[in-house]
Design a binder for this molecule. Structure first.
Ligand code: GLA
Length: 728
C-alpha cells in the first residue's frame, strides 16, 4: 500500500511486515524518513534532527538557518556538489563542465500495477498485487529531470527501485553515475554481508561491521562476476538466521555493478547500489533519457531466513519466466564431464540410452557440436552443426534421442569467438578491441562486440537456424571469460564509456529474442558456472549453472551462499563422477545426489561406467527427486545450519506452503572419532499438526521444532540422510 499524506508531505509504503517512508522537507528536498518493521499512521520524520554541524553547508535558500544541511539528513536519492559529502547516487557533467546535481521534489504519483523498464529485466506481475510510486525530482540549473520509481509487492515485502534521468535542456550532458538505489539509516551499528568468491568457489558470505568510511563490492569484468555478487545484506549486529533486523538488496544487472556502504561522521549509514560508475560516462542528448537497472529490497524484522524466503517467492513468481512454471522440469543428463568435446552421435545416443533407462528425461549435448570444435581453441562463432561428429545434422540426433523417450538440449556460447573460426576470419573487426592493441585471450577466445546490433543479428540468425532445425527443448547459454580491451568500432571516441552497459543491453536483447521466438524453450544461464548468477539473467534464464565445482562438499557452501537471495529452483546442480574434477575428493553417490537435490538436479557423468549398485542408487535418487520435485522447487526453504562453521553436519529443509509436507536433508562433514549424539531442530512446521517421519510415527510439529529429530550417528565422511515428513 502506498499512501501520500498531503499535510505532512510524506509518502509511506507499507508491505505486509515493513514500512518505508520519505518526506518532502523544506526547500523541496526529499528526505528518507524510515525503513523497517511495519508501523502505522505516523510521520516518522520526527526521527530527523536539525542541528548546526561544523563544515556541513546549508543550501542558499536556508538563509541564516545553519541547522539545515544535506550533509546531515538522510537523503532519498543523494546528490553531488551541493553539500552532501557522502556517497552520491547521481553525478553528471553539464555542457559547462560542472558536475553538480541538485535535485528538488516536483511531484509524485501512485499507480496500480508495476512499472516496466524498456530493454531491462524487471520484476513483473499483473492484477492488484503491485503498486507503483513515481516521484519526479528536478535540477533547474542542470535541466535534468529524475524519476524515482518504486514498485511494491506487499505480500513478499518487496520494494523495487529504478531511476530514469531525462535531459530536459538544450545541451548535451554526460551522465557519470546513476545508482538504482540509495538507502540511508540514521544510525550505524550495522553489519554488511557480501557474497564473494572465484571461479569454482562462488558466493561465500563475508560479514563485517560497517566501519567509518566507504566499503563494498563491485565488478569491473563486464559480467556480474564470480568474485562479487550483486546482492548484499545490511543487518543489525545481533541479526541471525531467525532473529533480528536485516535488509537484503539485489540488483537485477549482469554487468559492472557497485554496492557501497558508508558510515559517516555522525554514525549514519548509507547504501548505494547500481551500475558501476567506473568506465561509465553516458551521453544524454537533449530530450533523451537513461534508465537504470532495477534494484529490489526486502526488509525482514525476523532474520535472514525470512528475508530469503520472501526473495525466493518474489523471484519465482514475479521475476523468472519459466516455461515449466507449476510443472516438474525433466531430469537432465549432460555429457560434458564424461566426454568433453570428444564424442560422436553414436556415443551420445549410447550415453542417453543408459540415462533414460535410469529415469532421466532431458539429454543435453554440451560444447563441441559445432564448427571445427574439437578443443577449446577453435570453432566459437561458427554455429553450424559439425556433421563429421553428427552425420545427418541435429535433426537425426534429436530423433534418436526422442526415440528413447527423452527431450533434447544444447549448449551455446553466443558472445564468443575463436580466432580459428570462419566468423573471425570474415569479421576480425567484430570483437571488442582497442585499435592499435592486440586483444587479450582468455580460454583462448575473444569477446564479440555484443553492443552492436549487426554482430548480434549475425549470431542470432545462426543460432535461430540451429534451434529451428530440430525439436530442442533446452539451451545452456554459457559465457566463459571476462571482458578486456573494451572498445567498440560502432561508437565515437566520446561514447566509448557506454560500451560495457550497451554490451549488457545487447545480451538482454538477444535473450529476449530467444524467449519470444522459442517460448517453450528452457534456458539455463552459465558463465563458467556462477560468473553471471544475478537477478538480471534470471529474468531470461530461469535457472543458472551454480558453479563449475560439482564437488558435493564445496557445493554445500556454494549453494548455501547462493540461497540467501536466490531460490533453489534457480540453482543448476548435478551429480558428477568421483574423484571430483576440481577437488579430487571422493564423496559417496548418495550424498552427491542429496546435494544436487538442492537445485535443479541432474547428472553430469558417464553412467555407463557406474557399478550396478551405483546405478541402483541413481535410479532411486532420480525417482525420489521426481517425487519431491515440486516440494523442493516451490516449497519454503529453511537453512538449518551454516556449512562455513565447519560443524558436524550441514542441513536444510523444504516445507510446502500448507506446511503439511517437508523434506529435510542432512550431510555430515569429515568423520571425527566418537561422534556425538545430535538432535536436529526442524523449522517451519505447523506446531499443531502431527507428522509421520519417513512413513513412521506420529510426531507433533511443536516437538520436532523444539526438541528436534535424532540424527543417525555417522560412520564415515560426508554421509547423508533425508527425512520426509507428512502431516497425518
Ligand atoms: C563452461 C561450463 C561447463 C561446460 C564448459 C564447456 O566451463 O561451465 O559446464 O559447459 O564450459 O566448454
Amino acid at each position: 500500500m502506498i499512501l501520500y499524506d498531503a499535510q505532512n508531505r510524506t509518502y509511506t509504503i507499507h508491505t505486509q511486515n515493513t514500512t518505508y517512508q520519505m518526506k518532502v522537507w523544506d526547500y523541496q528536498v526529499l528526505l528518507h524518513a524510515y525503513y523497517g518493521p511495519r508501523v502505522e499512521g505516523a510521520d516518522l520524520s520526527y526521527l530527523l534532527r536539525c542541528k548546526d554541524r561544523g563544515f556541513s553547508p546549508n543550501p542558499n535558500e536556508a538563509g541564516g538557518d545553519r541547522t539545515f544541511s544535506l550533509d546531515t539528513f538522510p537523503q532519498e536519492y543523494s546528490t553531488f556538489g551541493v553539500g552532501d559529502y557522502r556517497l552520491p547516487s547521481i553525478e553528471l557533467e553539464s555542457s559547462n563542465g560542472s558536475h553538480t546535481v541538485d535535485l528538488r521534489y516536483v511531484s509524485g504519483e501512485v499507480r496500480k500495477g508495476k512499472y516496466g523498464l524498456e530493454g531491462l529485466p524487471a520484476f513483473y506481475g499483473g492484477g492488484d498485487a503491485w503498486e507503483t510510486l513515481s516521484i519526479i525530482l528536478r535540477d533547474a540549473a542542470a535541466q535534468i529531470e529524475v524519476e524515482l520509481l518504486y514498485g511494491v509487492l506487499e505480500e513478499y515485502d518487496l520494494i523495487t527501485r529504478a531511476v530514469r534521468v531525462k535531459n530536459a535542456g538544450r545541451e548535451t550532458v554526460r551522465l557519470l553515475r546513476c545508482a538504482s538505489l540509495c538507502l540511508d539509516f540514521i544510525h550505524s551499528g550495522l553489519d554488511m554481508i557480501t557474497f564473494n568468491g572465484a571461479h569454482v568457489a562462488e558466493r561465500r558470505p563475508c560479514r563485517v561491521p560497517l566501519h567509518p568510511g566507504i566499503q563494498g563490492v563491485d565488478s569491473t569484468r563486464g559480467t556480474s562476476s564470480h568474485q562479487h555478487n550483486p546482492f548484499v545484506i545490511l543487518c543489525g549486529q545481533n541479526a541471525e538466521e531467525d532473529y533480528g533486523l536485516c535488509y537484503g538488496a539485489m540488483l537485477l544487472y549482469s554487468g559492472n555493478f557497485q554496492a557501497l556502504a558508508e558510515a559517516d561522521q555522525f554514525q549514519n549509514s548509507r547504501l548505494v547500489m547500481g551500475l558501476n560508475p567506473y568506465q561509465f560516462p553516458w551521453t544524454l542528448e537533449p530530450g533523451t533519457s537513461f534508465t537504470s537497472p532495477e534494484a529490489a529490497l526486502v526488509c525482514s524484522p525476523s532474520g535472514f531466513g525470512q528475508m530469503s524466503r520472501q526473495f525466493h517467492k518474489a523471484i519465482r513468481k514475479n521475476l523468472i519466466r519459466d516455461p515449466y512454471a507449476g510443472r516438474r522440469k525433466p531430469v537432465l543428463i549432460n555429457n560434458w564431464e564424461a566426454t568433453e568435446m570428444n564424442f560422436t552421435a553414436d556415443k551420445l545416443v549410447e550415453f542417453a540410452q543408459e540415462a533414460s533407462g535410469l529415469g532421466m528425461e532431458l539429454f543435453v549435448m554440451d560444447d563441441g557440436w559445432f564448427g571445427v570444435r574439437n578443443d577449446d581453441n577453435a570453432g566459437l562463432g561458427d554455429w553450424t552443426v559439425n556433421e563429421e561428429k553428427l552425420p545427418g545434422g541435429l535433426k537425426a540426433l534429436v530423433e534418436r534421442i526422442k526415440a528413447l523417450g527423452m527431450v533434447f538440449g544444447l549448449w551455446i556460447e553466443p558472445e564468443m569467438v575463436n580466432e580459428d573460426s570462419d566468423l573471425y576470419r570474415a569479421h576480425p573487426d567484430w570483437i571488442l578491441n582497442v585499435p592499435g592493441r592486440r586483444p587479450s585471450r582468455s580460454r583462448n577466445q575473444l569477446v564479440l562486440d555484443f553492443s552492436r546490433q549487426d554482430v548480434r543479428d549475425n549470431i542470432y540468425e545462426q543460432i535461430k537456424k540451429v534451434l529451428a532445425s530440430a525439436d530442442i527443448s533446452y539451451v545452456k547459454w554459457d559465457m566463459n571469460r571476462s571482458l578486456t580491451e573494451v572498445w567498440s568500432a560502432a561508437l565515437p571516441a566520446g561514447r566509448q564509456g557506454e560500451v560495457y552497459h550497451r554490451y549488457v543491453l545487447g545480451i538482454y536483447e538477444f535473450a529476449e529474442r530467444l524467449s519470444q521466438d522459442f517460448p517453450g524453450l528452457l534456458l539455463e544461464g552459465c558463465s563458467g558456472g556462477g560468473g553471471r548468477f544475478d537477478g538480471g539473467m534470471l529474468y531470461y534464464t530461469p535457472q543458472i549453472w551454480c558453479s563449475d565445482n560439482t564437488d558435493a562438499a564445496d557445493r554445500l557452501r556454494i549453494q548455501y551462499g547462493t540461497s540467501f537471495c536466490y531460490p533453489v529452483s534457480t540453482m543448476g546442480a548435478h551429480v558428477s563422477a568421483v574423484p571430483n574434477g576440481v577437488t579430487k575428493r571422493v564423496i559417496p553417490m548418495d550424498t552427491r545426489g542429496v546435494v544436487a537435490m538442492h537445485g535443479t538436479f541432474g547428472y553430469k557423468m558417464d553412467l555407463r561406467a557406474c557399478t550396478p549398485e551405483e546405478k541402483e542408487t541413481v535410479r532411486r535418487q532420480t525417482a525420489q527427486f521426481k517425487e519431491h520435485c515440486m516440494l523442493i522447487q516451490e516449497g519454503d526453504y529453511y537453512r538449518l545450519s551454516d556449512p562455513f562453521q565447519n560443524g558436524p553436519y550441514t542441513a536444510w529443509e523444504h516445507v510446502s506452503a500448507n506446511r503439511r509436507e517437508a523434506l529435510v536433508s542432512v550431510v555430515t562433514g569429515t568423520f571425527r572419532g566418537a561422534p556425538p549424539f545430535l538432535a536436529l531442530p526442524l523449522k517451519g512446521l505447523d506446531p499443531a499438526l502431527h507428522y509421520r517421519v519417513n512413513g513412521e510415527g506420529d510426531w507433533p510439529g511443536a516437538v520436532l521444532m523444539q526438541t528436534g529429530w535424532p540424527l543417525p550417528v555417522p560412520d564415515g565422511d560426508y554421509q547423508s540422510f533425508q527425512l520426509y515428513l507428512e502431516a497425518e
